[in-house]
Design a protein around this ligand. Structure first.
Ligand code: XUL
Ligand code: CO
Length: 436
């Protein structure tokens, strides 16, 4: 046991003042005919929760994430796994997400690295067998090591491309071994700093080639899950190719990858791209590509990826509204989030997840209430209802011509002004459901 002072976290209800209890996340509570736990498949991000210890550009670690192990890489990797599984069990979390590089520190050669990964993977697999906790998705870290300074798929070096392919292959193997539902590509270094040295088309073709090779390999070994692109506009690169959902969808379609890939939408990446989280979810959903979510939040006053635990019930409600409307996720809700640097105790790790899980539970309850209330849906249906008959229906059904429309326009005179958008009314309905 690592978190000896921390009890199992249970639901105690909104009136509880126990800091180690859920106030809103009640796993078995039925919402729209399904238990909360099925609506909200939460996942722990291995890298943040078990790895990030507070180092930033200006200072070193503030937290101790050695979990009692010394400097031996395998002993530390096992201690992380012990901590992670105990943590997830105490919170009732069924999934984790990981990079290859999160599992054990990198060895000097690829061969040694893969052998080390096999050792820790066997250890993790035995914990999966004991607990039923599995991977939500895996990914390859193709951005931290200096070899990837010019990108991975987009690198100007075919040797680096080949190394990226080897890391992706191993990470797919690990994902399959851990029962993962998905495999993510986050193109941290897949972008450019200046177009004076960059062949954009060449780089994008190569990224697509790496993705295609990954799909071919994974399908050949029986992986049935989804691949995901995780869009992000910038950071670490000035401009990343998977800028936002619309850009990523265009890319996937252009290179014929859209049948195997969906999107993993991260809230903080959405706002960095100048969109709301909800916008990115909507764009993904209407294109049939809403796969999974990295649940976190940025800070409106800070222009970078702060990866904070989500606390805005308003944002979570908007998110869950889109998720419910899309019929749920094939993936889940990965807390790609880290404690603030001064929140450096084991207790803080639990507070962070209680906050995130309660925020999304509230979001789910409020989104379900909005749908059951029906006023927003009814308003939107009514707003477009003139397309149900007459010339509107002909436009929708593609049964008219430009000439017919011109004739119609001439005969009708000045169009009746469109009806009010009633934004303020709708926003007050949302507030009433949230706080009434
Ligand atoms: C970085 C980010 C990554 C991906 C996985 O901004 O979100 O942690 O989720 O590589
Ligand atoms: Co992420």
């Amino acid at each position: 046991m690592i978190f000896t002072e921390i009890p199992e976290i249970r639901y105690e209800g909104a009136k509880s003042s126990n800091p180690f209890a859920f106030k809103f996340y009640d796993a078995d509570k039925s919402v729209l005919g399904k238990p909360m736990s099925e609506h909200l498949p939460f996942a722990m991000a291995w890298w943040h929760n078990l790895g990030a210890a507070g180092t930033d550009m200006f200072g070193k670690d503030t937290a101790d994430k050695s979990f009692g192990a010394g400097s031996d890489p395998l002993a530390h990797a096992k201690a992380k796994a012990d901590a992670g599984f105990e943590f997830m069990q105490k919170l009732g979390i069924k999934y984790f997400c990981f990079h290859d590089a999160d599992l054990i520190s990198e060895a000097p050669t690829l061969k040694e690295q893969n052998a080390n990964l096999d050792k820790i993977a066997d250890y993790i697999r035995s914990k999966i067998d004991k607990t039923g906790i599995k991977a939500l998705w895996g990914t390859a870290n193709l951005f931290s090591h200096p070899r990837f300074m010019n990108g991975a798929g987009s690198s100007n070096s075919p040797d680096v491309f080949a190394r990226a392919a080897a890391n992706v292959k191993k990470s797919i193997d690990l994902t399959v071994k851990f029962g993962g539902k998905g495999f993510v590509f986050w193109g941290g270094r897949e972008g450019y700093e200046t177009l004076w040295n960059t062949d954009m088309k060449f780089e994008q073709e190569n990224i697509a080639a790496l993705m295609r090779l990954a799909v071919e390999y994974a399908r050949a070994i029986g992986f049935k899950g989804d691949f995901y692109i995780e869009p992000k506009p910038k950071e670490p690169m000035k401009h990343q190719y998977d800028f936002d959902a619309a850009t990523a969808i265009g890319f996937l379609r252009q290179y014929g990858l859209d049948k195997d890939f969906k999107l993993n939408i991260e809230a903080n990446h959405a706002t960095l791209a100048g969109h709301t989280f909800r916008h990115e979810l909507k764009v993904s959903a209407i294109n049939g590509m809403l796969g999974s979510i990295d649940a976190n939040t940025g800070d409106a006053l800070l222009g970078w990826d702060t990866d904070e635990f989500p606390y805005s019930v308003y944002d979570a409600t908007e998110c869950m509204y889109e998720v419910l409307k899309a019929g749920g996720l094939t993936g889940g809700f990965n807390f790609d989030a880290k404690n603030r640097r001064p929140s450096n105790t084991y207790e803080d790790m639990f507070h962070a997840f209680i906050l995130g899980m309660d925020t999304f539970a509230l979001g789910l309850l409020k989104a379900a209430a909005l749908i059951e209330d029906g006023r927003v849906d009814a308003f939107v249906a009514e707003r477009y209802s003139s397309y149900c008959s007459g010339i509107g229906a002909k436009i929708r059904e593609g049964k008219t011509t430009l000439a017919e429309l011109a004739e119609y326009a001439e005969s009708q005179g000045e169009p009746t002004p469109p009806s009010s958008g009633k934004q303020e009314y709708l926003e007050s309905v949302v507030n009433q459901i949230l706080f009434g």
